[in-house]
Structure formats: C-alpha cells, structure tokens
Design a protein around this ligand. Structure first.
Ligand SMILES: Cc1ncc(COP(=O)(O)O)c(C=O)c1O
Length: 473
C-alpha cells in the first residue's frame, strides 16, 4: 500500500510525521498488523534524518500504536483491531429539511425470510431458467468486450428497446415506437423520472387509495402534495378527481393492492376528464402479464389520443426484482426532458444486463419462462381461491381480480389485522395487511396473498396456520 506522507518546512518534522501516521492508523488506512516502511527507507524517501523517523516511531510505539518485532520491522499494533475508531462529528453535515422529513417517514421494504411467504412483489426464482440467462449474460459479455469503452445511450440499448416494443405490441395491446421506450432501473425509477420532469413544488399528484406506497412517496419526494382518491369496484373514482391535479397515477390492469381491473368505462371517463387539462396520467402495468380470466382491456395508453399517458412496466414480476430492470413508454411531449433526467440520474442502466435481457427476449426464453410461470401461478391462484372460498370463507371474502400475482381478501368481521399478521409471522407465515396500503381514509380490514414465492404444496399448511389463528378470534 502506498502511504501518502508529506512534510512541510523544516520545523518539528518528527511531530508532523507522528501526527500523520497516527491519523492514518486511526482512520484505518493503516490497519492492525500492517508493516510500516523501514526507518531507513522512510528517511531517504522524505529526505529527513533517520533519527527524525525514529522519534516519530518511538512516540507511536510508546502510545501503543506500533510495535516492533525483532528482526522483522515495525508493525501497527495488533491490539488496535478492537479499538473503536472515532467517527466524524455528526453535526458537521445535515441533509435538507425536505429529505430529513422523507427519511423519517420512509422505511425501505426488506423482506423477512419466513417458512411460508405470501409476500407481494416476489417471484419464483426457483423456476427462473438460470442456464438460459447465463448464456445470455455470456453473450452480452462478448459483445461488451468488443464495444468502445464509453458510456452507452441514456435511453437504453436499442436492441432491448426494440424487443420491449414488440413484446408490448403483442402481449399488452400497447402500440409504440421503440424510440419512445426508456429502459429504467425498475418501475420505481420511471416514476421518479416522470415526477422530476413534470412536477413543481406544491403541485398536486393523485394516487389511488388504497395504493402503492413507493409511488406516493416518490411524488412527495419530488415536492408534490399527494392526494389519495378512493377506488371502487371499477377502479379510480374519476368523479372525485380534483381539477388542479397535475399527475394521476393508476394501476388499471390489477389495482394495487385490491386487484380489480379498471373498467373500460372508467378508463374512458378518466381520459375524458383529463381532456384539455395539463395533466399526466401514469399507467403502471406492473404485473398484467399474468392473466387468468377474460381478455385484457385496452390499455389507457392505447385509448389515449392526446399523448398524455406514460406507460410504465417492469421485469421485476416476470424475472426478479433484484435485476432492477423496467421501462417507460414516454409521452412524446416529455421525451427530451426524460432523456436528460435519465442521463443525469445514472447515465444509463447497466449495459450488461440490458444486452443479456435483449437476447433473453429475442431468443424466446422470456416468453417460454412467462408461459411456464403463468401455468404455475394459475395453479397456485386456483388453490388459494378454493381455500379462501371454502373452509376460510366464513372469515374471508376474496376480492375479484383477473390478473397479477396477488389476491386480496376482505375480512368479514373487523379484526386487528396488524396484530393478526404479527402473530402469523411468529408462526412462520408472512401475509400482507391491507391496512398498510391506506394512507388517508379508514382501511378495509383484509389480507393480501402474494403467490409469487409460495409453492403450491405449501399453500395448505400455510392456510391451516391462518385458519387456526382466525378461529381463535
Ligand atoms: C404497483 C407496483 N408497481 C411497480 C412495482 C415494481 O416496482 P419495481 O419495478 O421498481 O421493482 C410493484 C412491485 O411490487 C408494484 O406493486
């Protein structure tokens, strides 16, 4: 290791050397057991006498920072490993009040490991075709080795954007030009970029109530006032939308968390309400690729004739969330600003993953994987529904949904769901509490059953635990 030491002038040279070595030891640049340069070497290097170096070393040794080993040199004392290193004073830096308030409120969601997990937002990694993925990553590495060592396009790899555009046209009835696709770090970054380029401090952003907490939080972090507008069986209550809203965020394929699709009528009402207003509609189609009933309704993006819908999608549900890959179909009017915002946020998403995913899609591996998971999830959902409508039907009523990777169920009798979920966790079962998705009004007492992670065979024993606790009241 190269230790940077400089001496200034000719005064107190041993003292200067002592202080610099002491700081280097305290802040960890010199660790316990590290060997120091010999006195002779350091004296020549710093153009001082050997005596000067010797004085500094002796003082550090006397204070316990160094120890000499006969015949083999001077070392940082091994005993220092246990010494607490002083931390910089906390008062020296302070985040701004806006972010202090956000950080006080926001808890990053980290999943607990449990024996049985109905956690939402989790996919089945055991069934992910890692061999096919590995081949795609290897191919991507070969491509990368041949490309110039420079930044890539902010909007993402063209091959991937083309693959996404084709996928959207075929599977989601979303017609688009691949040039309008931005590859993001998951849906969350797409929401962040949209909020940044659109909202001014104090603007009103509307989210669904109940709704997706990270969306609410990111709009608020952009300085917006956030208002939750209730949903009913047809989706967002368009009749309750405030005239001043600048942004409306919806989950039309599979309302998060309740699950109902937004009716066609309601989609048309929303677009009609927006007509002539300065308002952006964000359509978050986070898990619509898994459909279990009926035909998909036309996307808001496709119904829109004014270019005001931003369509957001993610690979967190089809592949897995750690990949951090998603996309945004940009409204043409915001294209320039979104490109700049993405470039400034992180230059572009990681190329290796993008190239690998492009090939994963174009080789057919992605479609094969999602078809396989569709069958698997259909089975789990069926099994879950049979129990929820069967022996658990006295307590729970599943809410209607036709797509996605979770089901919500209302409790027929009000119950302290927070306590229930805590007790279930003690028994090794992770279940979502619907109340945690309400930010404003009174919550519906209910539970959220994600079926991305749980094996079909585990559904019965998990629900038996739930039944046991429900029957205890
Ligand atoms: C409503 C909603 N949107 C988006 C996402 C996915 O977010 P990301 O792509 O950032 O992982 C989720 C994940 O659970 C979600 O529930």
């Amino acid at each position: 290791m190269e230790l940077h030491l400089t001496l200034d002038g000719s005064q107190d040279l041993a003292g200067q050397l002592y202080r610099q070595l002491r700081v280097a030891i305290l802040d960890g640049r010199l660790a316990a057991g590290d060997r120091l340069p010999s006195m002779r070497f350091l004296a020549v290097r710093l153009q001082v006498s050997r005596k000067t170096v010797g004085e500094a070393y002796e003082r550090l040794a006397a204070e316990g920072f160094l120890q000499g080993k006969v015949g083999s040199g001077t070392y940082v004392s091994a005993r220092l490993a246990a010494v607490e290193r002083p931390r910089p004073a906390a008062a020296a830096l302070r985040a701004n009040p806006h972010w202090r308030a956000i950080a006080a409120d926001w808890q990053p969601f980290l999943q607990q490991a449990q024996r049985y997990s109905f956690a939402g937002g989790t996919t089945d990694k055991r069934r992910f075709p890692f061999d096919a993925w590995r081949a795609c990553v290897q191919r991507a590495l070969r491509l990368q080795a041949r490309s110039p060592a420079f930044y890539a396009e902010p909007l993402g790899d063209p091959e991937l954007r083309l693959a996404i555009a084709r996928y959207l046209a075929i599977n989601r009835a979303v017609r688009c030009d691949w040039n309008d696709i931005l590859v993001s770090q998951g849906a969350q970054q797409a929401l962040d970029l949209l909020a940044r380029v659109l909202l001014e401090p104090g603007d009103l952003a509307v989210v669904e109530e109940p709704g997706y907490p990270p969306a609410r939080a990111i709009f608020s972090a952009a300085g917006a006032r956030v208002l939750g507008v209730p949903v009913d069986a047809e989706g967002l209550r368009v009749d309750l939308l405030p005239a001043q809203a600048r942004l409306v965020y919806v989950t039309p394929s599979h309302q998060f968390p309740l699950g109902q699709p937004m009716s066609l009528q309601r989609r048309l009402e929303l677009l009609e309400w927006a007509r002539g207003r300065q308002v952006l509609i964000i359509e978050d189609d986070y898990d619509g690729e898994y459909r279990f009933d009926g035909r998909p309704l036309e996307s808001l993006q496709n119904l829109d004739s004014e270019g005001r819908v931003a369509y957001v999608g993610t690979f967190s549900k089809t592949l897995f969330p750690e990949l951090r890959l998603g996309y945004l179909l940009m409204p043409p009017a915001l294209r320039r600003e979104l490109t700049a915002a993405k470039s400034l946020a992180d230059r572009h998403s990681a190329s290796l993953q993008q190239l690998a995913l492009a090939h994963f899609i174009s080789s057919g591996a992605f479609a094969k994987h999602t078809r396989r998971l569709q069958r698997e999830y259909a089975q789990r959902r069926q099994h879950l529904l049979a129990r929820l409508c069967g022996d658990l039907g006295g307590w729970l009523e599943p809410l209607p949904s036709v797509a996605g990777m979770h089901l919500a169920a209302r409790l027929r009798q009000p119950l302290d769901t927070r306590r229930l979920c805590a007790r279930l966790a003690e028994r090794g079962l992770l279940l979502g509490d619907l109340a945690s998705f309400y930010a404003e009004g009174p919550a519906m007492a209910g539970l959220l059953f994600g079926f991305g992670a749980i094996e079909t065979a585990d559904i019965d024993p998990a629900l038996d635990i739930l039944r046991e606790l429900l029957s205890q009241g």
